[in-house]
Design a protein around this ligand. Structure first.
Ligand code: GLV
Length: 318
């Protein structure tokens, strides 16, 4: 008999085939999946493969009373109540590693876009407002010789740091609270305050936890350099968006580049109105290669657990 599995959204054909071979898959294939629909379809399913946009809380886990595994197709898993899953003996898995390079590349795309005002220039050109080359036209800021401050030196933070020498940047890093972090060659660990005060680019790579929610608030933004750029490819609520809009309007920092938002897909209207913010629609891991690898890893996690093997990438205990 095949394993009954609920898949909330379509996945690439390779992993889909592997899943279909061993499982009887119900596909919801709709966005957003309503809680009611999710809860109605869960009874009888041994595995749930879901996206970061689906909140898997106690009530959903109760509806999934037969679940053995919840496989999130994302590295972040703040959408899942991991403690509640553990209490119910449900394994939770995520997709680390496979998206590290794509997310680091996207982070650099955002750093460069903000530093050189590429989206702002493109908007100007498209509305026909470009009058030609001028010595003082749309000047950006150089990265070479500047300091990159990485908040959260995990896998993605390290991959972003590894690319810094190519742009002539020195790297410092900090963790939220006294979170342990491995030594990183060529990068000095400093306090978060030192990082904010001394960095030209501040890039966020922490998971969303109660400790990191609004880590970047008014106070933190006020500590940053007036010429600094804030980049967020982690989770939206790590930054207080209203405070960020205020800091940008008051020119307390020069620019921001965001891939994630507090209430996705909504974006704070004050940020949309500002020229000096690059706004990307949560696409850090969005390459064909990486999204395929993420779905593949989620499927392999499900198959491992359903076949009585240890999961490949279980999330750590809360
Ligand atoms: C994307 O944001 C992820 O957590 O994988």
């Amino acid at each position: 008999m095949k394993f009954p599995v609920l898949l909330t959204y379509r996945i690439p054909s390779g992993p889909a085939r592997a899943l279909d071979e061993a499982c009887d898959v119900e596909r919801l294939d709709e966005r957003p999946v309503t809680r009611e629909r999710l809860m109605a379809r869960l009874p009888g399913k041994l595995a749930l493969i879901c996206l970061l946009t689906e909140r898997i809380d106690r009530a959903v886990l109760d509806a999934g009373r037969d679940l053995k595994v919840v496989a999130n197709i994302a590295v972040g898993y703040d959408n899942i109540d991991v403690a509640a899953a553990r209490e119910r003996g449900i394994v939770v898995t995520n997709t680390p590693d496979v998206l590290t390079e794509a997310t680091a590349e996207c982070t650099w795309a955002l750093i460069l876009a903000a530093a050189r005002r590429i989206p702002e220039g493109e908007r100007l050109l498209r509305r026909g407002a470009w009058t030609g080359w001028a010595l003082d036209f749309m000047l950006g800021t150089e990265l070479a010789g500047k300091q990159l401050g990485i908040v959260g030196m995990g896998r993605i933070g390290r991959a972003v740091a590894a690319r810094a020498p190519a742009f002539g940047m020195r790297v410092v890093y900090a963790e939220a609270g006294d979170h342990p972090a491995p030594q990183v060659d060529g990068a000095a660990r400093v306090s978060l305050d030192e990082l904010l005060v001394g960095s030209d680019v501040v890039s966020l790579h922490v998971p969303l936890t109660p400790e990191t929610r609004h880590l970047i608030d008014r106070r933190a933004l006020a500590r940053m350099r007036r010429t600094a750029i804030l980049v967020n490819t982690s989770r939206g609520p790590v930054v207080d968006e209203a405070a960020l809009a205020w800091a940008l309007e008051e020119r307390l920092i020069a620019a921001a580049a965001l891939d994630v938002y507090e209430r996705e897909p909504a974006v704070h209207p004050a940020l949309v109105a500002l020229e000096n913010v690059v706004l990307a629609p949560h696409m850090g891991s969005g390459t064909i290669e990486t999204r395929t690898a993420m779905a593949d890893l989620a499927v392999r996690n499900v198959l491992a657990v359903l076949n009585g093997r240890p999961p490949i990438t279980p999330v750590p205990s809360p």
